[in-house]
Design a binder for this molecule. Structure first.
Ligand code: BF8
Length: 666
């Protein structure tokens, strides 16, 4: 058997904070996702969507075109079924999160959830408007109960269509109706994917993938959009604030509590508990100088964009945070939580605490909470973490931290561009039409230990900014850019091309806008819809010079997001590898086939340079179709210095050294 190849820490992660901790893991002889990925190559058949385990006559491992499974299923059918099921699982995860928030809103409005209240009445009324709920003269709590009931009903709705579909441009909405892919109810579409992909059901790849689109749309314009809206109502609509990102936010002399997962509900109460003077005083009795809270993954994004709670990092930082030896408690809720955590934590004093009734992990402490007792549970958890502080041994906290300005909700972007009293995206459309901004890219999605952590994110974003592309981000992609210092106003000076720099400096925004967690990709749908209807950039999302990227994706949720973005008219490029590579036909349907049908498509492209090349080509193609002037950077930025242009004339590795302070990703 061939000897396993292990990457050096620098090959495994582009983040300097990761290096000493990966070295420590190796010295301790403990595994991480990085080393496990190295020691276990992906299954060559399963990774290409060629292994069917939908029934117990198999699993059937098809290795070449023309082969069929025991039931006669072809590669097309099998890869389409697997893809659709991934989309269904991702949609279910996002949307179930939205459902829980609807129940929390209901309980809060009824006075049954201590500590929760309506924080954004403007958003409450806007959402009521979308749902056709009367607001005039009504108490906010009554409106909130109606919103919650309406949302809950949409999960179980059997016929008709989701209320938010009409928030899309009319042309898009009409197309969904015409193609019969307008989702009827959120749960219904997930169930129908599961039914249709059961043995002996839907067997035509294109038809299966149509239902995958309908299911994904029920997430993007249903469960996820409701999750974003209700979170804003309950916890406040984000607006820019200053915070810090990376493992250096952990404190050597304070009790560190990490919140990890996706749901803001308990995390909100933990924010309250961590600021409780009584608990801070209690921490001091144990020898700590205070209480420090930091986040990982999208729970982090939720609390970062709303309260400025520092972020310890993205997906692949979850094990590294434990390796610092400085974490008293890692409190997890749902999604993206590695099962390896309790085992790794066994080498330190860190306690892993599961809190969701849906998630238990062997070796973790389970402290269940629901919206009715969240504050009490939060206080109990903080007390436990304080009690654990004296058990701390040595710490290895990398001295690596970046400032960050997150919190660009679509509402804020509107007021920022349009003015305090007249929200509008007009200046953004104008800047794209003139060519100052070449186009917009949404760079989202995960880390994946199969590729260098943050390497692809950093590389594509740096190149796009230099090409005058405005970048909006969510999820772990946003945290990657945050760690690089890109989510700061001054980043425009260093990274942006001349036109984008002019706009960023004029408006006072970073060249990369952090819009929130992964469910908040719906904010990007809202912005794209508004750009399409504002005037000058066509009439539909598919007309806008925009692209969506997930260069380091790994989760089924990312597949759901990619599918709803494509079904909404966006060109989506996913990195890492092609999970439907086993079928040329399915690869074709997702790209050319969907482009013909819905104007958006999914392509799988591994190399960051190629991702950038295709993104720019698409943006330029859309500009030409709209009759806009061809992109010409020489027209802009004459009054400023030319540092960026000078830098871009240097070889790529010199650029990367200058931009990231580290070698260009392999
Ligand atoms: O939902 S980007 S690794 S944390 S799945 Fe998970 Fe991927 Fe991160 Fe947020 Ni989204």
């Amino acid at each position: 058997m061939a000897k396993k190849e292990f990457r050096t820490p620098e090959q495994a992660s582009a983040d300097p904070a990761a290096i000493p901790l990966l070295e420590l893991a190796e010295a301790m002889g403990v595994s991480t996702a990085f080393s496990r990925a190295d020691s276990m190559p992906p299954c060559p058949i399963g990774s290409r969507g060629m292994c069917c385990s939908m029934c117990l006559m198999g699993p059937c491992r098809l290795t070449k075109d023309g082969q069929v499974g025991v039931c006669g299923a072809t590669l097309e059918t099998i890869t389409a079924r697997i893809f659709a099921r991934h989309v269904a699982a991702g949609s279910a995860a996002h949307s179930d999160h939205g459902r829980d928030l609807a129940f929390t809103l209901r309980a809060a409005a009824k006075g049954e959830a201590k500590g929760f209240k309506i924080r954004d009445p403007f958003k409450l009324k806007a959402v009521a408007g979308y749902l056709g709920i009367p607001t005039d003269g009504r108490p906010l709590n009554d409106i909130a109960v109606d919103i919650a009931d309406n949302a809950i009903a949409q999960f179980g709705q059997q016929k008709g269509e989701l209320a938010y579909l009409k928030r899309a441009p009319k042309k898009r909405y009409d197309l969904w109706k015409e193609l019969d892919i307008a989702p009827r109810g959120i749960d219904r579409e997930v169930v129908e994917v599961m039914h249709r992909t059961h043995m002996g059901d839907d067997q035509e790849a294109e038809h299966i993938l149509d239902q995958a689109m309908r299911c994904a749309l029920s997430d993007g314009w249903g469960g996820s959009m409701l999750a974003t809206d209700i979170s804003d109502i309950l916890f406040g609509t984000p607006s820019p604030l200053v915070s810090q990102v990376n493992l250096g936010v952990l404190k050597d002399d304070e009790v560190n509590v990490i919140i990890h997962g996706h749901e803001p509900t308990l995390a909100e109460m933990l924010v309250t508990a961590m600021n409780d003077p009584e608990l801070i005083a209690y921490a001091k009795t144990k020898g700590a100088n205070g209480l420090n809270m930091a986040g990982i993954c999208c729970t982090s994004n939720e609390t970062l964009v709303r309260h400025g709670v520092p972020s310890a990092g993205n997906f692949l930082h979850q094990e590294l945070a434990i390796l610092t030896g400085a974490v008293e408690a890692m409190v997890v809720d749902v999604q993206c939580i590695m099962q390896a955590l309790p085992n790794l934590a066994g080498n330190f004093h860190t306690e892993i605490i599961t809190t969701s009734p849906k998630v238990k992990i062997q070796g973790a402490t389970h402290i269940p909470f629901d919206e009715h007792n969240a504050l009490e549970v939060a206080r109990q958890i903080v007390r436990r973490a304080i009690d654990n502080y004296p058990n701390r041994k040595g710490t290895t906290i990398p001295d690596v931290v970046s400032d960050v300005v997150p919190g660009f909700s679509h509402e804020y972007i509107n007021y920022m561009l349009g003015g305090s009293f007249r929200a509008s995206l007009r200046p953004l459309n104008d800047a794209i039409m003139s060519g100052r901004i070449r186009g917009v890219v949404a760079n989202v999605g995960c880390n994946n230990p199969r590729v260098q952590q943050d390497g692809a994110h950093n590389s594509v974003v740096a190149q796009l900014l230099a090409n005058d592309v405005l970048v909006v981000e969510t999820g772990c992609g946003a945290l990657a850019s945050a760690k690089c210092g890109l989510l700061l106003g001054e980043a425009a000076m260093e990274w942006a091309g001349p036109g984008l720099r002019e706009v960023c400096e004029a408006v006072g925004i970073p060249p990369v806008l952090h819009m929130g967690s992964c469910v908040d990709n719906t904010r990007i749908l809202t912005v794209l819809s508004q750009m399409a209807t504002e005037g000058g950039l066509g009439e539909d999302i598919s007309d806008v010079p925009a692209v969506a990227l997930a260069p380091e994706w790994m989760s089924e949720k990312a597949m759901a997001i990619a599918s709803y973005a494509a079904a909404s008219g966006a060109y989506v490029i996913m990195g890492v590898h092609n999970p439907v590579d086993g079928s040329e036909e399915v690869t074709r349907i997702l790209s050319e086939g969907w482009e013909e049908k819905v104007g958006g498509k999914i392509e799988f492209v591994i190399e960051p340079d190629e991702i950038v090349a295709r993104s720019l080509a698409h943006i330029d193609k859309k500009r030409a179709a709209l009759g806009l002037p061809a992109y010409d950077p020489d027209k802009w930025g004459k009054s400023g210095d030319r540092r960026m242009e000078a830098l871009l004339e240097l070889p790529l590795d010199v650029q990367a050294e200058a931009l990231y302070g580290m070698p260009v990703p392999a």
